[in-house]
Design a protein around this ligand. Structure first.
Ligand SMILES: C[S@@+](CC[C@H](N)C(=O)[O-])C[C@H]1O[C@@H](n2cnc3c(N)ncnc32)[C@H](O)[C@@H]1O
Length: 497
């Protein structure tokens, strides 16, 4: 056990009031303490924080219950710093953390999660940490997550982007799928491999920290896959497409001229033919090709990734927003003017199916930049026209679409303001734009964990006031805004031009 002589400890003003607060009232004092220690800043200021770390470790040792768990999370957040001296200062408390894990976390899931999050920062002590955490009351996924955070990079099988929300789902994929991944991973240059591995670790840590914070402050969490998101079975008519109904809305992505075709071919009189692959019209001009190998197996883990992503980014740890709620929102808020209904960033098509059920498949177009995603739309919804295209430059004529839906996708698109501008350009007056995305959490501690990277995939949270400005600039007015947790559900209406 590390011994810190009390007289040498740096005084942390807000620590005393935090420690003196009863467990039910720790919320505000804990946030003041975290703020005083700059723990929620994107990169904690080492000089301001380092002197306080030994004091926090000493307090962790003598505190009890919820206070201990919150201090462990705070120390974990400080260890996130890219400043090695700060991380090393937190590492000095390792014997205490292991001792607490061994003696005090036996039946306390919240404390176990908090300690696991903290300990997962110290890969150099992997063996000792795994021994001590093996008896913690963690679930198999929590444990697999720590194990991966502590594991050294294996360049022969680096599992890049294949570990979140926990590695077991990815390791359970069929050998053929795993081999496909290994093929592209082998091509990644060593430096990029190290960066990608590091970013994967950061997202696992952030997820673990967010889960720990939620559990300590609110109690149990909903975890696991959502069976409602399983991929639809393959449909024997999977190649059928309905290009004819939508030709008037589509335009050439190069010259913006008219397109002609019959579903097997699509062409522009000036720019020539565009690829049609298994009935999916490719108007992407190659924009998504670089990411395609990385995306290919994502649909196979979708029922695990998506609910976990909503828990983390949407603060949906209590499952307050259900898949049924999402379906209901679309059924009641999509109100199309004449013209096709676009599902923008359709993914595997789970919500395209809701639009197709509500308005008829022949009216719906699924657009995504990923061929792998659209392949799953094809399997389940062969009657829906699939367009591989770029949200930043939509291949549709001005005022040609009856409604646009962008569901859990704006955050993954590189320039959300530009996407909203494109939606406004393509929407017909009176048509709705429905959107589900995420806003930065109001709580600065949760926000610091929420905004950590999602591996290599950029994620941009949208502040409601920014979104309103983008919508107004694109000729749309907000009809309804709903913000449970840190979700952002918005329905806007295209105004007359
Ligand atoms: C998180 S998925 C959401 C899928 C689905 N709507 C859902 O709710 O689960 C986001 C989708 O946006 C797509 N996407 C990302 N950037 C895009 C872009 N620039 N243009 C079109 N689609 C894009 C991705 O390929 C991905 O399928």
């Amino acid at each position: 056990m590390t011994i810190f002589p009390t007289e040498s400890l740096h005084r942390v003003a807000d620590l005393d009031s935090f420690l003196a607060t009863p467990p039910d009232h720790t919320r505000e004092p804990f946030r003041r303490l975290a703020e005083q220690l700059h723990a929620t800043a994107p990169d904690t200021d080492p000089d301001a924080t380092r002197p306080a770390v030994a004091t926090l470790i000493a307090a962790l040792r003598t505190s009890r219950g919820k206070h201990t768990a919150l201090l462990a999370i705070l120390l974990g957040m400080i260890a996130e710093s890219s400043d090695e001296s700060l991380r090393a200062a937190v590492h000095d408390g390792l014997p205490d953390y292991l001792d607490i894990a061994r003696t005090r976390a036996g039946d306390n899931y919240a404390l176990a999660l908090a300690l696991a999050y903290l300990l997962a920062h110290f890969a150099e002590d992997r063996e000792a940490i795994l021994v001590h955490t093996a008896s913690l009351p963690l679930d198999a996924g929590d444990y697999a997550r720590i194990e991966r955070c502590l594991a050294p990079l294996n360049p022969d099988d680096p599992e890049l982007t294949r570990v979140w929300p926990e590695p077991r789902h990815w390791r359970a994929l069929p050998d053929t799928a795993r081999e496909l991944d290994r093929q592209w991973m082998r091509q990644v240059p060593p430096e990029q491999m190290r960066l990608a591995y590091h970013l994967d670790t950061r997202s696992l840590l952030a997820y673990a920290g967010a889960k720990a914070l939620w559990t300590v402050e609110h109690g149990s969490t909903v975890t696991g896959p959502d069976p409602d998101l399983r991929l639809p079975p393959a449909n024997p008519n999977g190649h059928r497409t309905r290009l004819g109904d939508h030709l008037a809305a589509l335009r050439c992505p190069k010259c913006t001229g008219a397109l002609a075709g019959d579903g097997d071919t699509v062409s522009c009189a000036s720019c020539g033919e565009f690829p049609v692959v298994d009935g999916t019209v490719d108007l992407s001009l190659g924009a998504g090709d670089a990411h395609e190998p990385m995306t290919r197996n994502v649909p196979l883990c979708y029922s695990e990734i998506r609910p976990a992503f909503l828990r983390w980014k949407g603060s949906n740890w209590d499952g307050a927003v259900t898949v049924e709620d999402e379906d209901e929102y679309l059924r009641t808020h999509v109100q199309p003017a004449d013209g096709p209904i676009l599902d923008l960033g359709a993914g595997t098509g789970r919500w395209t199916a809701v639009l197709a059920d509500t308005f008829g498949a022949e009216r719906v177009i699924a657009l995504d930049l990923s061929a792998a995603m659209l392949e799953h739309v094809r399997r389940g919804l062969p009657q829906v026209l699939r367009v591989r295209g770029n949200a930043l430059s939509l291949p549709f004529n001005d005022g040609s679409l009856g409604a646009v839906n962008c569901w859990n996708a704006l955050q993954s698109m590189p320039d959300p303001a530009a996407v909203v501008a494109e939606v406004g350009r393509c929407l017909r007056p009176g048509g709705t734009f429905t959107l589900m995305t995420f806003r930065p959490a109001v709580d600065p501690i949760y926000r610091a964990l929420q905004t950590a990277p999602f591996g290599l995939v950029p994620v941009a949270l949208s502040a409601p006031q920014d979104l309103r400005q983008w919508l107004a600039a694109a000729g749309m007015s907000v009809w309804e805004q709903y913000t449970p947790g840190s979700f952002l559900f918005v329905t806007a209406v295209r105004e007359p031009r």
